[in-house]
Design a protein around this ligand. Sequence first.
Ligand code: TXA
Ligand code: MG
Length: 336
Amino acid sequence: MSGSNVLETNLTIEQAADLLRKNEVVAFPTETVYGLGAVATSDAAVAKIFTAKGRPGDNPLIVHIGNVSQLESVVSAIPDTAKRLMDAFWPGALTIVLPKHASLADNVTAGLDTVGVRIPSHPAALALLKKVNLPIAAPSANVSGKPSPTTARHVADDLSGKIAGIVDGGEAHIGLESTVIDCTADPPVILRPGGVTKEAIEAVIGRKVILHEPSKDTESTPKSPGMKYTHYAPKAPMSIVKGDSVFFQHVIDEAKSRTESVGILVTEAHKSTYNADVVISMGNDAEAIAKRLYDALRAFDAHDIDVIYCESFNETGLGTAIMNRLLKASGYRVIE
Ligand code: TXA
Ligand code: MG
């Protein structure tokens, strides 16, 4: 599949809009990651998303709109807090969970009575949504379990031949998914940290929100029999290393003494600090790391390695989302 020709499936906005109206699924760029879209009012169209991704039917999809005027066809109520968040962060990387409208296909929300909705800021996404003028359900355009796609090439590597085409908008600006906030709860709950930080949300609404912390108990453990809740995972098992550079090298050396081939994921500044078989670096500040993280995780799959060790990052601002994804990608294995 990798090596497939992106140009074969590269769509104009007009072609993508036509295909969506014909209940086909197409991938399109957003400022967070690429999405795999289908008309959210069609059960049959939405079903094609689940099939193409191999996504479990109990995982609800985010609905994308091009204009706030479309909200009334997607949600049935807009609490004041939600309104303030929309004013502050839309278009942008914030998905707001609200009571759903009856016109949405049931499979969009996996049978829940709530729906996650956002207006993306990427010009190509906005142009497409405005052209179709219907709400578009769109999860990240990856095969379920793999890192989200931040380029059209990533989408093609995962879904070529399984979808009607891709709108190529270059590299995603943020590189991590939107923040998902449940505004049916009071105080609101961040279900997934992402492109909009908890700090920024609290500044807008003037009070604290709750950050739902996924844990190895609720999601995945090395002992867990299934892979059901594995996300973003490279093929080789990954662990997060907490400690100084001496400890990190010690962990690498121990693995090497077991004759394992070791890959490491580090900041640009630490590119030459360690002795390992494969070194992949991601930039230094949180923005740069977020932007390159999924590409870096995908890049390990091209190498024949037995284990991956990754540096740990501060959990403030965008760092919260980065560590959330790394913990999931590593199945919550942390060495300290
Ligand atoms: O940045 C993003 O959000 C990207 C782009 C394409 O918009 N989309 C994305 O979708 O990441 P997906 O399907 O990969 O992740 C959606 C997340 C899942 O964790 C899902 O469980 C949660 O949002 N979600 C969606 N609807 C929900 C609802 N009604 N209640 C609670 N969680 C919901
Ligand atoms: Mg996803």
